[in-house]
Design a protein around this ligand. Sequence first.
Ligand code: AMP
Length: 505
Amino acid sequence: MSDNLFALVRQRIGTPGKLFIETSDGRRFTYADMLDLSARLAHVLTSRGVQTGDRVAVQVEKSAEAIMLYLACLRAGAVYLPLNTAYTLAELEYFIGDAEPRMVVASPRNGAALGQLASRLGVSATETLGTSGDGSLMELARSMPADFADVARSKDDLAAILYTSGTTGRSKGAMLTHWNLASNALTLEEYWRFTADDLLLHALPIFHTHGLFVATNTILMANASMLFLPKLDADEMMRLMPRATCMMGVPTFYVRLLQEPRLNRETTAHMRLFVSGSAPLLAETHRAWSERTGHAILERYGMTETNMSTSNPYDGDRVPGTVGFPLPGVELRVVDPESGAALADGEVGMIEVKGPNVFKGYWRMPEKTAAEFKPDGFFITGDLGKIDERGYVHIVGRGKDLVITGGYNVYPKEVETEIDSIPGVVESAVIGVPHPDFGEGVTAVVVVPPGSTLTEKDVLSRLEGRLAKFKQPKRVFLTQELPRNTMGKVQKNVLREQHKDLYAK
Ligand code: AMP
């Protein structure tokens, strides 16, 4: 039997007439439609020269058809390569040059420009795909046969390449195999108890692992359904919430929805599960959500390279500020970043993971790949964290965000937690900024509500006696918002850049 992820998808379609995706403009796609459309699109791919192992680079707005295209790539044995819709032509030049796709799919408004770029880079086929079944790709699909002989793939063959967001240096293409995706989807379906009765409120982008794999593959495993929204829209989400059974979101979703007066026990009564990930969920948000809705958000942790690695339990305590336990089949350890020695529970170090979820390596970067895997197969995530006495994993931050001041390590999360507990503070980000005497100077950017009278001095005096002197920020900046990317991650690189000359002599 083939280990193509699509073989598994096909096998788990209990009821072909069941809804797979409903879009916000009211179009409905059943599992039977999915089989039909993905077959037609697979024929389009092969007729335009896409062969087994070829990359198909896709930069389109979110639509049900884009998911069908992803599935068509699986069926044709091609490698799906979704690209952030925010990338500019200059950025796309790097991705297309690096990935050398056989085909590029653009949204209709970018078709001409991207087509030109692609052909300059030697890509022979460019097609377009819109959000309402429009574009050249669907045009071609209409005249294609509605069945397709899926290409056999082994577990280790590539299904997708996702470029990491790359806040330092060049973005790297994470190579994900059919089994990486299939094993993780099967695990999540079971761990989070997905069934064919589920209807997922889906407002995430689908160029990222969260909306594409965590959400869509898990739904596919359960023969369940999704309500597709183009993006975070609190008003629309509140309107649809009473129909849904579950939601997956980044922390920003929860923060925004908490501002909705309609969010309460009644409007969420039909929901059985709220999942958060991709960035840290403030413990405060977790508590506020529980109070308002009676639901404890389930926080999980993963990354493009590893799919999902840990999750809070479905039954049992979902502990705010933690990302739960390693998922079944995933090994996770915390080690000393310098010596590599395993650390005792409670000690902060580098998180390393191993399991069927972990990617195959970085596309055409064998040295980078070798540098980030240990000889015993563990992947060095770059995240710092610890395991507490109950076995819950805590993420302390990215290793590269660690501040080293006067030779001492300062974990930004520790300082941020203290700052966040000051009345009148919404949230904070602590960064290291080049400092002539200390190497780096601890610097805090603190979010306060409009009209706040809190001052830098107030924040500093509140930290006196609560944090060792070397951990206390040298400067505090008050602001109303932190820079975030589409996945809700605070862009500390942007903050570091903004403040880089702060301590220059
Ligand atoms: P990405 O590859 O874009 O999915 O980003 C992965 C990174 O997001 C991880 O390496 C973590 O730094 C961060 N991340 C994901 N989930 C969480 C979480 N629940 N809490 C804290 N950080 C997270």
